[in-house]
Design a binder for this molecule. Sequence first.
Ligand SMILES: [Mg+2]
Length: 241
Amino acid sequence: MDQCLFLFDIDGTLIDAGGAGVGAIRLAVRDLYGDEIAVPELDVRGTTDAALARKLLPAMGAEVTAGSIAQLYEAYLIRLREEFQKVNRGAGILPGVRELLDALKAKGVVMGLLTGNLEAGAWIKLERFGLDQYFSFGAFGDEHPERDKLGPEALAEAERVHQRGFNPTATVVVGDTPRDISCGRVIGSPTVAVATGAYSLEELSKHNPTLALKSLQESGAILDLLSKLSGKKFSDSEGRN
Ligand SMILES: [Mg+2]
């Protein structure tokens, strides 16, 4: 029987940052390149911060170097901390998230992050809403412009932290964009797409995730998937702790 692993995206999946993330990027760019600079429109959905940096820097007339990237990350994290300390209208934990994380934790499911956020940024966002306690590791967007590279990294991190291997077919990737679905497919894992971010249920369904849900409040479907993957029955009363 396989030990199940769940890998969660953050923005649009666990939390709605109420625009604080994009706001912090724009402020960071202005901090570095001046108030007058026109910051281009950013499509941040399912992308990685490494990819964003590589788009932003040339648009600012800056060279993409290890130094300019590090400088941008530093300015962004300062602004992100500030933005997340404010009470942002519309920001919060998405429906059903805490209940699902509690249910998975109670079933002994190992949980990690698979996110395009910088590692430090991911923890700032999760700590703000008290969700950091559920996760002990992750694959983050510091290095990889391509999100698809993060799945293998998350599996390797899970193995390193938990001192045991995880079967990709008993690993579930949960996210709110077609890029999250693709990430799961690359490692041969089932995917749960949730329409609490920038994509509708209809749009997500076109990409054939294992499950497409309106929100993570539909935990019954996820627990059914878990019971199938682990060979245990969790969703009926018999299987409950
Ligand atoms: Mg997302």
